[in-house]
Design a protein around this ligand. Sequence first.
Ligand SMILES: C[S@@+](CC[C@H](N)C(=O)[O-])C[C@H]1O[C@@H](n2cnc3c(N)ncnc32)[C@H](O)[C@@H]1O
Length: 223
Amino acid sequence: MELKRVMDNVYWGFNGRKRLVSLNMTPSKQVYGEELFDIGGKEYREWNPFRSKISAALYKGAKPLSFKEGDTVLYLGASSGTTVSHVSDVVSAKGRVYAVEISEEMGVSLVLLSESRKNIFPIIGDARRIEDVGIAVPACDFLYQDIAQRDQTDIFIKNVKKFLKPGGEAAIALKAMSIDVYSDPRKVIMEETKKLSRSFRVVASIDLYPYQKGHSLVIIKKG
Ligand SMILES: C[S@@+](CC[C@H](N)C(=O)[O-])C[C@H]1O[C@@H](n2cnc3c(N)ncnc32)[C@H](O)[C@@H]1O
C-alpha cells in the first residue's frame, strides 16, 4: 500500500481504494475490529469514517486537524475509546489524551484501553463539571468533543474557555437531533454554529453525511 501523509502518524493509504490509516502505537492490537496493515515494517490501523467523526470529516475533505505528536488533547465524550485510540496514535507516546466519559459501562473499556496505551488518561465523569472529578487537567493544545446532549454547545464553549490554550483549535461533532428533534437539522447546525461564533472564530463546518447522518464537525480557533 502506498502512503500519503495527512497529519502526524496519519496517512491516506492507496491499494485499489483510498483508506485513512494511523500508525499503530500498540502493534498487533486492534481496538474495535479495525483492519491492520503491515507496510514497510510498520503497522497501521484503518481509521473507519463510519465509526469516527474525525475520520468522516477527513474523508469529506476537511483540512487536517491541528493536533500533532507530543500534544495534549482533551477529549470529551470518549465512549469506549474508538476515536480516542486514533488520537492516541497521533500524539504518540510523547503526548497525552485526557479522555472524559460519563458512562461507567463505557468507562470500563476506556480504562482497559489506557492500560495498553499509556498516553490515555481516562476520566469517568461529566464533561459539564470536569473539575468535580478531582483530576488535574492541564491546558490543552487541542480539544475535541463528541457528546450527544441537548446542551452540547454550552458544554463545549465552557471547556474551550477553561482548558484550551489561547490560539489553539478545537472541534465539536454537532448532532442536530440531540439538540432539537423537530427542526430541520441544517437550521439547528446553523444556529449552533452562530452561537459558537459569538465566542470563537469558526474555521470550518463539515457535514459528515453519508458517514455520520445528521452530524457536522465544526472547527473553531480560540483568540
Ligand atoms: C457518540 S458517543 C462518542 C463516540 C466517540 N467519540 C468515538 O468516536 O469513539 C457519545 C459519548 O458521550 C458520552 N457522554 C454523554 N454525555 C456526556 C457528558 N456530559 N460528559 C461526558 N461524556 C458524555 C456518552 O456516554 C457516549 O459514550
